[in-house]
Design a protein around this ligand. Structure first.
Ligand SMILES: NC(=O)C1=CN([C@@H]2O[C@H](COP(=O)(O)OP(=O)(O)OC[C@H]3O[C@@H](n4cnc5c(N)ncnc54)[C@H](OP(=O)(O)O)[C@@H]3O)[C@@H](O)[C@H]2O)[C@H](O)CC1
Ligand SMILES: [K+]
Length: 508
């Protein structure tokens, strides 16, 4: 099935922080016994190869070089472009009298190749077809302002294509947040290790196509030594598909588990209906739903396959919990006394659990705090719910999603899915996975209810919380990508993903 092509297929699976990449850089220099300039030269060469690969021979190129080693990469590329007969303009920003030895050597290379640097003073006087962004890389350490901001605005306003070296300047390498203003690139070539910020928050929109250059096998070897608790990797469905539960001919519905969806307080029956249908479309053998008694007809009207139980007391729910293999709790659950009766029984149970929406909002209140250490549990907060669970505000969550996801997994001793651009899946031991599938059309009511049902169905078919969460997020997002590719992301509705969910569940 044709899937939107991805910017990440060829990237290595590991994602690094800026600090970790600096350690890998140092490992390369130490274990290969080379100078920093050698690594910089390799970076410039790799970047120039990407330029030729994407744009071919380019008549005129403009390099914008900052005063750090990212600028040094830019000088090397400028020299190579000039040596290939291209017309090269080079603007410098910052004090280039006090650059590192490596950058000074790279600057000399550019001079020797006939490139005459000019100080950028606010005007980008260039009418060529390609700008190379070598302003900031992993050394960005403050909000971009002044002449640097002018330069980035000028780059973004210019009609030329943009190649960013290592990371689009202005983008935080660790969080994917924009520090003031950032370059919007058509291509980013990242060195030594893929930075986390490229694949989350604003990163995916600003990077354009992402190319990767390892520069050193010693650096790659050092990356493999990073301990699990600091390990972050990215995934998309194409890699995780083999985790889909296998079906043999000699199967019956009992083999595929029984999901019980609990929720649907007054006026919110749609949420439980979508979660229940999602569980069925993801292959659960049986799907039941415990909701307000007055909602039973509405659920059955949409999905007669679902066994619906109108429950008014915790006692009525207890019997249903015993017969289920996985609980999917929270869709449309509300925070009424009825909701609390339901949640109390759910927390008293030991059954595997996916907890979402108002189930999380109740859990976030001090009286309801609960640790899940001995239980197969997935919490699926969006940033607002995550903020409540951590006692922070949403902006703080979004400013460092990796920190927030890890903190939640640690606090609740559960697998946590932090939804948003570059959904994160964290586990209590510190490991984090980034899902690179997904699109902006998913920011629509009901998508979370569907995800809850998807993850619960995978757990009902035998996946543990970590596998079900990673696979479920990628499955859900890949289905939304297919739905968006067909009809557009604007106006995408949660139930539009169902036919794609079923199809992806049956891809080998
Ligand atoms: N480390 C290596 O061996 C290699 C690195 N490579 C490339 O180098 C960059 C990292 O280089 P670095 O010098 O650490 O920093 P940057 O070039 O990213 O930053 C530029 C300088 O700008 C200053 N800075 C930071 N933030 C701001 C801001 N908001 N406004 C103005 N100026 C800012 C900062 O100076 P400070 O004195 O403020 O620290 C930086 O020095 C890496 O990304 C790679 O591209 C090679 O590729 C391989 C070898
Ligand atoms: K850059």
């Amino acid at each position: 099935m044709k899937r939107p092509n991805s910017i990440v297929d060829h990237l290595p699976g590991a994602l690094y922080s800026a600090e970790q990449v600096r350690e890998l850089d140092q490992a390369a220099i130490t274990f290969e016994g080379i100078r920093t300039f050698e690594l910089m030269a390799r970076a410039g060469e790799a970047a120039f190869a990407c330029l030729l690969g994407r744009w071919g021979y380019t008549e005129s190129v403009c390099v914008m070089a900052g005063a750090g080693n990212n600028g040094g990469d830019g000088y090397v590329l400028a020299a190579l472009a000039a040596l290939h007969g291209m017309s090269v303009s080079l603007y410098t920003l910052g004090n280039h009298e006090q650059v590192s030895a490596a950058t000074a050597e790279a600057a000399q290379l550019a001079l020797d190749a006939g490139v005459i640097p000019q100080v950028f003073e606010g005007e980008l006087d260039f009418d060529g077809e390609l700008i190379v962004d070598a302003l900031f890389g992993t050394g960005l350490n403050a909000t971009v302002a002044g002449v640097y901001a002018d330069a980035i605005w000028a780059i973004n306003a210019h009609p030329a294509d943009v190649l960013s070296l290592d990371i689009p300047s202005g983008l935080d390498a660790n969080t994917g947040c924009v520090l003031g203003v950032a370059v919007r690139a058509d291509m980013t070539v990242t060195f030594v290790g893929t930075k986390r910020g490229l694949l989350v928050a604003d990163g995916p929109d600003l990077c354009g196509e992402i190319a990767f250059a390892a520069l050193s096998t010693e650096a790659a070897a050092a990356g493999r030594l990073i301990p699990d608790c600091e390990r972050i990797s990215w995934h998309r469905l194409q890699q995780l598909g083999q985790l889909l539960p296998v079906r043999t001919g000699n199967s019956h519905k009992g083999h595929f588990g029984h999901v019980l969806v609990v929720g649907g307080d007054q006026g919110m029956v749609g949420a439980v209906t979508m979660a229940a249908e999602a569980a069925g479309r993801t292959g659960a053998g049986l799907v039941s739903c415990a909701t307000r008694p007055e909602h039973s007809v509405a659920v059955l009207a949409r999905r007669p396959e679902v066994m619906v139980h109108g429950v008014s007391s915790g006692l009525e729910l207890t019997g249903l919990l015993d017969s289920a293999s996985v609980l999917a709790v929270g869709p449309g659950m509300g925070q009424s006394s009825w909701s609390e009766l339901m949640l109390q029984q759910v927390l008293n149970s030991e059954k595997p659990l996916v907890l979402d929406a108002d189930g999380l909002n109740l859990l976030a209140t001090p009286a309801w705090f609960h640790e899940f250490s001995e239980r197969n549990v997935v919490l699926t907060p969006h940033p607002g719910e995550a903020a409540r669970l951590l006692g922070l505000d949403t902006i703080e969550i979004q400013q460092n999603r990796f920190v927030a996801a890890r903190a939640l997994a640690e606090k609740y001793q559960a697998v946590v899915v932090l939804k948003g651009r570059g959904t994160l899946i964290a586990r209590p031991d510190g490991r984090v996975a980034v899902c690179t599938d997904g699109n902006s059309g998913m920011a629509t009511g009901g998508m979370g209810d569907v995800l809850t049902g998807v993850i619960a169905a995978l757990m009902a078919q035998g996946s543990d919380a970590w596998h079900a969460a990673r696979l479920g997020v990628c499955l859900h997002s890949a289905a939304a990508d297919l739905a968006a590719a067909e009809g557009g992301s604007r106006g995408l509705l949660a139930t539009d993903v169902f036919p794609y969910l079923r199809a992806l569940n049956n891809e080998s």
